[in-house]
Design a protein around this ligand. Structure first.
Ligand SMILES: NC(=O)C1=CN([C@@H]2O[C@H](COP(=O)(O)OP(=O)(O)OC[C@H]3O[C@@H](n4cnc5c(N)ncnc54)[C@H](OP(=O)(O)O)[C@@H]3O)[C@@H](O)[C@H]2O)C=CC1
Ligand SMILES: CCCCCCCCCCCCCCCC(=O)OCC(=O)COP(=O)(O)O
Length: 309
């Protein structure tokens, strides 16, 4: 081995060593960020929200679990308190019940949260509902319901809680958007619009909060194996009630919850949690929109149900 090769190998090993040390220090420091932090999670009754509750509880967060069903939240608290934890002092989670689509109920819930805990360190806006339908056959009341739940609810909750973060000059707002917050696919108009609005609002919030040391993380997952499609609504407001193949074959919610914890620890700003095709689709939409629009039009044509007359 000549001197040049030797130097290159030494530099390479040195860099790997330094990088590993940096990652280790980051991991050690990040443990403190969530341990003991008051973490509010919406949509904790099911799917991704429930898994976030488990993952954040396991690292010592002081949870406030939000949802519409008291029974399901109480079951989750029971499940959490049965968990064998490495942290010495687990905090008993609080539960707060409200419907996110009702802005007045959201404001009251925010007050209740602050009365219970005195502060919020991390807010995870996770709850959401999806939809299946054609634009022409979808009632405007359904468009509004989706926007109320997926957009105005998280916006109202964030607005009500963020002044308490500003006072403390500490806080982190996370929102679970979707790949569909970056690209629109056919027959998801209301859902996709609500997620695009979410992306825009929280990008703006990030800029406005930078001077207060408040972090904003937008998470945009691809398909996750949850009840999202089963709970989706159709254009007339009825339940869709189907476990879609894409959803059933999606990522496991516990894996996505871990990514969310890591993103919070690393104070990441915008996180796409998706496979190759959706990721390419996001780039295609930006770089060559005409091609993307043609692919979507072909998809709409292929998936459209034939009209009976
Ligand atoms: N699963 C997927 O493929 C993907 C999901 N996402 C997003 O992840 C988030 C979590 O969804 P996921 O876990 O998959 O789906 P689930 O249907 O399993 O969970 C949705 C959660 O949102 C709650 N929720 C719905 N409507 C309301 C409301 N009006 N008020 C209060 N809570 C409400 C539900 O509560 P309740 O039990 O009361 O119905 C439930 O806890 C959503 O924002 C979704 O858009 C993003 C990308 C992909
Ligand atoms: C150079 C080659 C580029 C090829 C690009 C082809 C484009 C392929 C289209 C891919 C579309 C991906 C859509 C992903 C949608 C998604 O992951 O949504 C997540 C959700 O929020 C799921 O909600 P839903 O209610 O729709 O189940």
């Amino acid at each position: 081995m000549d001197t040049t090769n030797g130097t290159i190998i030494t530099l390479l090993l040195g860099s790997i060593g330094l990088y590993s040390l940096y990652k280790l220090l980051q991991k050690l420091r990040s443990g403190d960020y969530v341990r003991g932090a008051v973490v509010v999670i919406t949509g904790a009754t099911s799917g991704l929200g429930k898994e976030c509750a488990k993952v954040f509880y396991a690292v010592g967060a002081h949870l406030v679990l939000c949802g519409r069903s008291k029974e399901k939240l109480e079951e989750l608290v029971e499940e959490l308190t049965q968990m064998q934890l490495k942290t010495t002092q687990p905090h008993k989670p609080h539960i707060v019940i409200f419907d996110l689509s009702d802005v007045e109920a959201v404001k009251l819930a925010a007050k209740e949260i602050l009365q219970l805990t005195g502060r919020v360190d991390i807010l995870i806006n996770n709850a959401g509902i999806s939809y299946r339908g054609t634009i022409l056959d979808t009632k405007i009341s359904v468009d509004k319901m989706i926007m109320d739940t997926n957009y105005f609810g998280p916006v109202a909750l964030t607005k009500a809680l963020i002044p308490s973060m500003i006072k403390k000059r500490r806080g982190h707002v996370v929102v679970i958007s979707s790949v569909q917050g970056k690209i629109s696919i056919p027959f998801r108009s209301a859902y996709s619009a609500s997620k695009h609005a979410t992306q825009a609002f929280f990008d703006c919030l990030r800029a406005e909060m930078a001077s207060y040391e408040i972090e904003v993380t937008v998470i945009s997952p691809g398909y996750i194996k949850t009840n999202l499609s089963l709970n989706a609504v159709t254009g007339d407001g009825s339940n869709y009630g189907v476990m879609d193949k894409n959803t059933a074959e999606g990522r496991m919610p516990e894996e996505v919850a871990q990514t969310i914890l890591q993103s919070v620890n690393e104070k990441r700003k915008d996180v796409l949690v998706a496979g190759l095709l959706p990721t390419l689709a996001v780039y295609l939409r930006t770089l060559t929109p005409t091609i993307f629009f043609s692919i979507m039009a072909a998809r709409a044509k292929k998936e459209a149900k034939p009209k009976s007359s």
